[in-house]
Design a protein around this ligand. Structure first.
Ligand SMILES: NC(=O)C1=CN([C@@H]2O[C@H](COP(=O)(O)OP(=O)(O)OC[C@H]3O[C@@H](n4cnc5c(N)ncnc54)[C@H](OP(=O)(O)O)[C@@H]3O)[C@@H](O)[C@H]2O)C=CC1
Ligand SMILES: C[C@H]1O[C@H](OP(=O)(O)OP(=O)(O)OC[C@H]2O[C@@H](n3cnc4c(=O)[nH]c(N)nc43)[C@H](O)[C@@H]2O)[C@@H](O)[C@@H](O)C1=O
Length: 324
C-alpha cells in the first residue's frame, strides 16, 4: 500500500507519518511517500499533476495547508483562502486523475457558524454566518468537504473529511504572532519565567471557550476514520454531509487555559488581558458523538498533553532547534 502524506513536516502530518512509520516498522506493507513544500508546492497545478502521475499513490492524507491562529487569519485572508483552495483543488483532482482510491483531508472546526448551537453537530454546517476573523479559511475548508463529496458522487471515489478542533503538540507552530493560542501561551509563559517577568498579557477578554485535542490523538483519529470500511463510514455519514468532527468533547475558557499553562510552566506572576485583541468565536465545542458511535474517543488529557508538549518544547530549545 502506497500512501502519500501531504504536509508531513507539519504538526499533524508529522504525527500521522510517525504512526504510519511505526506500523511499517512492525511489518505492515506500507510505502510512505512525502515531499517537502520546497520540493512540491501544492498550489502549483502542473507540478502536482506530474507528481501524482509519477508516484500514483494508492491513498492520500491531505494535511498540508496554510495554517495559523486568529491573528494570522485576520491579517493574511487572501493567502488563507487562495492557498488552501488551490492545495485542495490540486491534490483532490490530481488524486482522482491518478486513480487514488482513498483520500482523507483535514478541515477545521471553524467551518461552523459563529453562533452555532453548542456543541456543534456536523449538520450545523452552512446554517449561519461564519466567524469573521477566519471566514476565508473556513470557506476554503468547506470547499474541501464539498470537493470530496462531489468527486465521490460523480466519480465514485472514497474521499473523506475530518474536522479537527484546536490542536496542539510536538511540531506545533510557536510563532509569537501567527501561532494558535496554546503554543503561543506556552512560549510566552516560558519566556516570562526565564526573564523573571511579573506579568504576562493574554489576547482578548479570556472569556472565549476552546476545545483542545493533542495531535497524537488527532493522528490516531485520522487513521481510524481512513481505515473504516466504506459501509461503516457510510452508516454514520451521508453523501452530502460526509464530514466527521474530531475533538476531546470538553472545553475551557482562555483564562482557564492560561492558568493551566502558567501552572505547568511554573509562572507565578499576574495574568493581564489585552482587550484590543479579538476574541474570535465565543465558543466552538464540537459534538463528537458521530465519531464515538463509530468507535473512537480521545485519550490524552489537556493537562497531560500540555506537560508533554512543554517537555518537547524545552528539548527543542536546549538543542537550539527553536520550535518554529
Ligand atoms: N493546528 C490546528 O490547531 C488545526 C489544524 N487543522 C488542520 O490540520 C491540517 C494540518 O495543520 P497543522 O499540522 O497544524 O499545520 P502546519 O502548519 O504545522 O503544517 C502544514 C504543512 O503544510 C505544508 N504546506 C503549506 N503550504 C504548502 C504548499 N503550498 N505546498 C506544500 N506544502 C505546504 C507546510 O510546509 P511548510 O511549513 O514548509 O510551508 C507544513 O508542513 C491543516 O489542514 C489544518 O487546516 C485544523 C484545525 C486545527
Ligand atoms: C483552530 C482554529 O484556530 C483559529 O481560531 P481560534 O481558535 O480563534 O484561534 P486562536 O487559537 O488563535 O485563538 C483562540 C483564542 O485565544 C485567544 N488568545 C489569547 N492569547 C493569545 C495568543 O497569544 N495567541 C493566540 N493565537 N490567541 C490568543 C484569542 O484571542 C482567541 O480568543 C482559526 O483562525 C483557525 O485557524 C482554526 O481553525
Amino acid at each position: 500500500m502506497k500512501i502519500y502524506i501531504a504536509g508531513h513536516r507539519g504538526m499533524v502530518g508529522g504525527a500521522i507519518l510517525r504512526q504510519l512509520e511505526a506500523r511499517r516498522d512492525r511489518g505492515d506493507d506500507l510505502t510512505l511517500i512525502t515531499r517537502t513544500h520546497e520540493a512540491l508546492d501544492l498550489t502549483d497545478q502542473a507540478a502536482v499533476r506530474v507528481f501524482f502521475q509519477t508516484e500514483k499513490p494508492d491513498q492520500v492524507v491531505l494535511a498540508a495547508a496554510r495554517v495559523g491562529g486568529i491573528h494570522a487569519n485576520n491579517h493574511y485572508p487572501a493567502q488563507f483562502i487562495y492557498e488552501n483552495l488551490m492545495i485542495e483543488c490540486n491534490v483532490i483532482h490530481e488524486a482522482y486523475a491518478a486513480g487514488v482510491t482513498k483520500l482523507l483531508q483535514l478541515g477545521s472546526s471553524c467551518i461552523y457558524p459563529r453562533l452555532a448551537v453548542q456543541p456543534m453537530r456536523e449538520d450545523a454546517l452552512l446554517t449561519g454566518p461564519l466567524e469573521p476573523t477566519n471566514e476565508p479559511y473556513a470557506i476554503a475548508k468547506i470547499a474541501g468537504i464539498k470537493l470530496c463529496e462531489s468527486y465521490n458522487r460523480q466519480y465514485s471515489t472514497d474521499y473523506r473529511s475530518v474536522m479537527p478542533t484546536n490542536l496542539y503538540g510536538p511540531g506545533d507552530n510557536f510563532h509569537p504572532d501567527n501561532s494558535h493560542v496554546l503554543p503561543a501561551l506556552l512560549r510566552r509563559f516560558h519566556e516570562a519565567v526565564r526573564n523573571d517577568n511579573e506579568e504576562v498579557v493574554i489576547w482578548g477578554t479570556g472569556a472565549p471557550m476552546r476545545e483542545f485535542l493533542h495531535v497524537d490523538d488527532m493522528a490516531a483519529a485520522s487513521l481510524f476514520v481512513m481505515e473504516l470500511p466504506e459501509d461503516i463510514y457510510q452508516r454514520e455519514t451521508s453523501p452530502m454531509l460526509s464530514h466527521i468532527n474530531v475533538g476531546s468533547g470538553t472545553d475551557v475558557t482562555i483564562r482557564e487555559l492560561a492558568e493551566l499553562v502558567a501552572g505547568v510552566v511554573g509562572f507565578k506572576g499576574q495574568i493581564a488581558f489585552d482587550t484590543t485583541k479579538p476574541d474570535g468565536a465565543p465558543r466552538k465545542l464540537m459534538d463528537v458523538s458521530r465519531l464515538a458511535r463509530l468507535g473512537w474517543k480521545s485519550s490524552i488529557s489537556l493537562e497531560d498533553g500540555i506537560r508533554s508538549t512543554y517537555d518537547w518544547f524545552l528539548k527543542q530549545s536546549e538543542q537550539g532547534l527553536r520550535a518554529k
